[in-house]
Write a protein that binds this ligand. Structure first.
Ligand code: IPM
Ligand code: MG
Length: 367
């Protein structure tokens, strides 16, 4: 197969981690007899510097012609970067929101599982039989507070801001359907997360999710309030299979879910529409504080590339080969800086590697 994709390296550590994911993709293509080509596109701060806008038209047009987009990360240091002196709609993050909307990527899948090799980095209290969790957050990505009307103005001398949280039943139905379909291929359990004790949008969410559930009688569905879910994630993440939730709750819960895996550097993501097209990116940000030092952890981006092969190209074996190579690399004791235990005793037998060193180690283990 010829795999022709767009890449958005972006800002901060983005270019470094995307370079490693490309390296691993090239290795898997060599092993499995595919060809691959990459077209790099501008988005975020680097696009502002070059074109004056965070999402150039050409980026959207080219992305639409490809089967998938692999992204690094966008944004900079909000305190020091000139990008954050621009009005909010012209900042790097606005580019990311705009591309999600322009490509109709309403379903954001964020898997969080504990690699047994990293079980010691899991910050949760030990559990009898050891910690073992494997969940995926399905986050609605093109609605809710992120895309509602917003304004800031002074009313009767008082500065006032409004953000609007709006969902219609169709937006809820399509992402719920995605979550149930994913659950069917996993442990057949959907936990729908909302704030139905307060919000009208959540009450509508709950109603529509249960309507969709009727079409999936083999999947068990339950509801959970978002504050309780935040607590349950640190108490008993093993209870979850698929967590389905709206945009803002999903943003927050997915950072929490990533941290319980030991490092935010491990969490991949796929943003999908109703076709096989997808945008794949790590769930973490651009980490400007460590950019350009070759110390970032590229694993989340490498695992996002695996998701891309699985969801956009149907290359299940090749995706599994990447995941197995990551596991093997960890089992062989390679750790990026964020994964190195602080305690020298625990660090015994482990090798600290750079960002490119991690990419090389994974690429070398593709089988
Ligand atoms: C994420 C990020 C983005 C979001 C930011 C950068 C706008 O936090 O992908 O989770 O909030 O969606
Ligand atoms: Mg986030």
């Amino acid at each position: 197969m010829n795999i022709d994709i767009a890449c958005i390296p972006g800002d901060g550590i983005g270019p470094e981690i995307v370079a490693e994911a490309k390296k691993v993709l090239e290795a898997v293509c060599r092993t499995y007899g595919h060809t691959i080509s990459f077209t790099d596109l501008y988005m975020g701060g680097c696009a502002i510097d070059r074109f004056g806008v965070p999402l150039p038209e050409e980026t959207v047009e080219t992305a639409k012609k490809k089967a998938a987009v692999l992204m690094g990360s966008i944004g900079g240091d909000a305190k020091t970067s000139p990008w954050y002196r621009l009005e909010p709609s012209k900042r790097p993050e606005a580019g990311l929101l705009a591309i999600r909307k322009a490509l109709g990527l309403y379903a954001n899948l964020r898997p969080a599982y504990l690699f047994q090799e990293l079980a010691d980095s899991c910050p949760l209290a030990a559990k009898e039989g050891g910690r073992k969790f494997d969940l995926v957050i399905v986050r609605e990505l093109t609605g809710g507070l992120y895309f509602g009307e917003r304004w800031t103005k002074t009313i009767d001398g008082v500065e006032t801001a409004v953000d609007t949280l709006k969902y219609n039943e169709n937006e809820i139905r399509r992402v719920a359907k995605t979550a149930f379909e994913i659950a069917q291929k996993r442990r057949k359990k959907v936990t729908s997360v909302d704030k139905a004790n307060v919000l009208d949008t959540s009450r509508l969410w709950r109603k529509v999710v249960h309507e969709v559930a009727e079409d999936f009688p083999d999947v068990e569905v339950s509801d959970m309030l978002v504050d309780n879910c935040a607590m349950q994630l640190v108490k008993d993440p093993e209870q979850f299979d698929v967590i389905l939730t709206e945009n803002m709750f999903g943003d927050i819960l997915s950072d929490e879910a990533s941290m319980i895996t030991g490092s935010i550097g491990m969490l991949s993501s796929a943003s999908l529409n109703e076709t096989s097209f997808g945008l794949y990116e790590p769930s973490h940000g651009s980490a400007p504080d460590i950019a350009g030092q070759n110390i970032a952890n590229p694993i989340a981006t490498v695992l996002s590339a695996a998701m891309m092969l699985r969801y956009s190209f149907g290359l299940t074996k090749e995706a599994a080969a990447i995941e197995a190579a990551v596991r093997k690399t960890l089992a062989d004791g390679f750790r990026s800086k964020d994964l190195m235990p602080r305690d020298p005793e625990e660090a015994k037998g482990l090798t600290e590697v750079s960002c490119s060193g991690m990419g090389d180690a994974i690429a070398a283990r593709i089988a």
